[in-house]
Design a protein around this ligand. Structure first.
Ligand SMILES: [Zn+2]
Length: 240
């Protein structure tokens, strides 16, 4: 392959860009916010059914309270009517007495209702407090998630822009290199998954895989100057 040291210097630059683009791609795929957002969503999913349960409990408790209040209201009206009848009965002692008995029963029932209502009111206070805590927790998850999503999007956009600028620069560089050299580099990069180009260092060492090349293989490699292939890792080696 015909290559000059000038071509190889450009290729080294292309490789530096390719590695940076690869790192930006990896960084995009592993941005910490993605995992954090997933964790928050999971936590919220755990809290949501609890909130639904509490809301159902709140509704059923409210319904019980309404039933009691309705009964109590109708008993209060009954008491008022009985009061009027007793008043109207005047000296009709028997009539007055029978209504007084009724009224005692009604008063007792209203006491029981008042006790139940007090219990339900206390329960309702607890329910509302738990409901408030759960709603606050969910609001906090929502806020945390949107700030993470914002941070993620901004970091991701930054990496996309970085890659775009690098690839633009790469385009200008590869235009300067012979097609067969670029092709050899691309094929090696595809096989090695990243670093495709190294140097033959002092003592016949491959700068990438650190193998020492010696004897006839070294002589053969050096004869290919300025560009050969490492017999150990098959990467392209610049021979100075
Ligand atoms: Zn090597």
């Amino acid at each position: 392959m015909q290559a000059t040291y000038e071509d190889l210097a450009v290729l080294v630059e292309v490789q530096r860009i390719d590695i940076e683009v690869l790192q930006a791609k990896k960084e995009r795929a592993s941005l910490p916010q993605r995992i954090q957002v997933a964790k928050i969503r999971k936590k919220r999913e755990e809290v949501l059914p609890k909130l639904q349960q509490v809301e159902e409990l709140q509704k059923s408790t409210q319904a019980k309270m309404t039933t009691i209040e309705d009964e109590d209201r109708s008993l209060a009206q009954k008491q008022e009517r009985a009061q009027e009848i007793i008043k109207a009965a005047g000296s009709d002692f028997r009539k007055a007495e029978s209504h007084s008995k009724d009224m005692a029963g009604v008063a007792k029932r209203r006491d029981t209702l008042a006790q139940s209502l007090a219990k339900l009111t206390a329960e309702m206070d607890k329910i509302m407090s738990v409901q408030g805590q759960l709603q606050q927790a969910i609001a906090a998850f929502d806020a945390e998630e949107s700030s993470l999503v914002e941070a993620y999007q901004s970091k991701d956009a930054e990496l996309v822009e970085k890659s775009r600028a690098l690839l633009e620069q790469r385009g200008k560089l590869v235009a300067k290199i012979a097609a067969d050299l670029l092709d050899a580099y691309s094929r090696t990069a595809a096989k090695t998954g990243g670093v495709a180009l190294g140097d033959l260092e002092e003592g016949g060492v491959c700068s990438v895989c650190r193998s020492t090349i010696s004897g006839g293989r070294l002589i053969d490699l050096v004869s290919q100057r300025p560009l050969g292939v490492c017999p150990s890792c098959n990467r392209l080696l610049v021979i100075h």
